[in-house]
Design a protein around this ligand. Structure first.
Ligand code: ACM
Length: 264
């Protein structure tokens, strides 16, 4: 299975322009599953809730129709971060759109910084999505990297690959080794699609550091790029490699867990 992660710089608040950019990237890539960054249709650094509300969309809104069409045309699954409206609530969500039109949603559980003022915390837990017998997929978004529980929950529920749409502002020297550890400690593949570029608000500036990466269950770096790179990272993976949890002839990192000893 070829997986791909996209690193690019979205245009702030310009959903149409971002759809056009994403369409040209998606038309040019040969992959089975692609991971796009967090909030890839809108950008990130909202002035206030009203600005976010103006661009948020329902899970069956125009952007999802756009991704569904592309997923069907290109016969690929697409994981895309977007601002999801559900009634009065806006979630920082990632949709997984399958080629047959199925759409599954993950809503970011751990909100970062000012996201807490404008988004509602995710209320769907960490679902593991089955793509027939091809793949069991987990999704976490950006700051979820800081919580071992996120990746561990997905791994315990059987995820083979964790897609990680991101708008990371933390230094790559912090999150890159941690995400490599998330892969290694759970023996899963991880694919971090981090945006790059910057956004300004009055005299504040947010810089997104790119440096996207794809990591194998043994912690091997399969693909990584620098901050300025724009385009795809590709890796040819065998998802079943993530089902093998042994560490030695005597040890299996999941079977060896001792939940009775972790009682808080
Ligand atoms: C982040 O969670 N977008 C830093």
């Amino acid at each position: 299975m070829i997986i791909a992660a996209l690193q690019f710089c979205p245009s702030f608040l310009d959903v149409k322009a971002n759809q056009q950019t994403l369409a040209s990237y998606l038309e040019a890539v040969e992959a089975d599953l692609v991971v796009l960054p967090e909030l890839c249709t809108t950008g990130y650094f909202f002035h206030d809730a009203a600005q976010l509300h103006a661009v948020a969309e329902q899970h069956n809104g125009a952007s999802m129709r756009f991704f569904r069409e592309l997923a069907a045309d290109r016969n690929m699954a697409i994981v895309a971060g977007f601002a999801e409206r559900d009634g009065d609530a806006i979630y920082n969500s990632a949709a997984t759109v399958f080629p047959d039109g199925r759409v599954e949603i993950y809503r970011k559980v751990h909100l970062f910084a000012e996201e807490k003022a404008i988004f509602t915390p995710g209320n769907l837990g960490f679902p593991v999505l089955r793509w027939g017998d091809r793949l069991r997929l987990g999704v976490m978004i950006c700051y979820d990297w800081r919580f071992p529980e996120a990746a561990r929950t997905l791994a315990l529920k059987g995820a083979q690959l964790i897609a990680h749409p991101s708008n990371l502002v933390a230094a790559p020297r912090l999150w890159k080794p941690v995400m490599r550890t998330r892969a290694f400690e759970n023996k899963v593949f991880t694919a971090t699609a981090n945006r790059n570029g910057e956004e300004r608000r009055d005299d504040e500036r947010l810089v997104f550091h790119g440096c996207s990466q794809i990591v194998a269950p043994n912690g091997t770096m399969l693909e990584e790029v620098d901050e300025l790179y724009e385009g795809w990272l590709l890796a040819d993976i065998d998802p079943s490699k993530a089902d093998e949890k042994s560490f030695s002839q005597w040890n299996d990192i999941m079977a060896d867990r001792r939940p009775d000893s972790y009682d808080l």
